[in-house]
Design a protein. Structure first.
Length: 115
């Protein structure tokens, strides 16, 4: 299903991108954590849609730093290659084993606490 993006969604997407750009190098967060920060606790899927569209932004959005609540690289299929998300994380010193971030709890960045 393709969701049409209306003006309200564009504003939400812009807010998502602002949060994602705040994630420090070498840290990761989840779709749900971003949604909770933006006041939409059940909006993880909408954050995922924003991440899927993030490549259209003029200012780079480090979408590779956003994973699911278990630390799984659930969005990797939306990158240019199936391995790019993992490669970008590894360049930041993040170890990935079987598509899951090792030490996810330690590397997790919570925007509710950090912003």
């Amino acid at each position: 299903m393709i969701k049409k993006i209306n003006e309200k969604n564009k504003d939400y997407f812009a807010s998502v991108y602002e949060v994602v750009r705040s994630i420090p190098f070498g840290r990761v967060t989840s779709y749900g954590a971003i949604a909770r920060y933006l006041g939409a606790a059940s909006g993880a899927r909408m954050v995922g849609w924003a991440m899927n569209a993030s490549h259209t932004q003029k200012n780079k959005v480090p979408a590779h730093r956003v994973v699911n609540r278990y630390g799984l690289l659930s969005g990797k299929m939306h990158f240019a290659t199936p391995f790019l998300m993992e490669e970008l994380l590894k360049k930041e010193g993040i170890k990935v084993i079987n598509n899951k971030i090792e030490n996810f709890d330690t590397l997790f960045w919570d925007p509710l606490k950090e912003l």
